[in-house]
Design a protein around this ligand. Structure first.
Ligand SMILES: [Zn+2]
Length: 89
């Protein structure tokens, strides 16, 4: 089965559930190549049961998210730094 490739906006809802913040405008630094990209611009591969997010520059894995049995597993090994805007009050 072919992976479904989408952009980072496809996981906006999923990340919002986990981080409770708007994540598509968050900026992540790739731990592999140092590229800095908005989460909305990364390459997202949805393949059950998990989601794999890849760097659009070097295609290394930035994050993996698996949801099941009422839990989330979030692997952020490929993100050196995640920069988020403070929510407006
Ligand atoms: Zn990269």
């Amino acid at each position: 089965m072919q992976d479904m490739k989408l952009d980072g906006n496809a996981i906006g809802g999923l990340l919002r559930e986990i981080f409770a913040m708007e994540m598509t405008t968050a900026v992540g630094t790739c731990a592999h190549c140092g590229a800095v990209n908005e989460v909305g611009r990364v390459a997202v591969y949805i393949h059950a049961p998990g989601t794999v997010v890849r760097c659009p520059d070097c295609e290394q894995v930035l994050m993996r998210v698996v949801r099941g049995k009422g839990r989330y597993w979030v692997d952020l090994t490929g993100v050196r730094c995640l920069e988020l805007a403070e929510p407006e009050v």
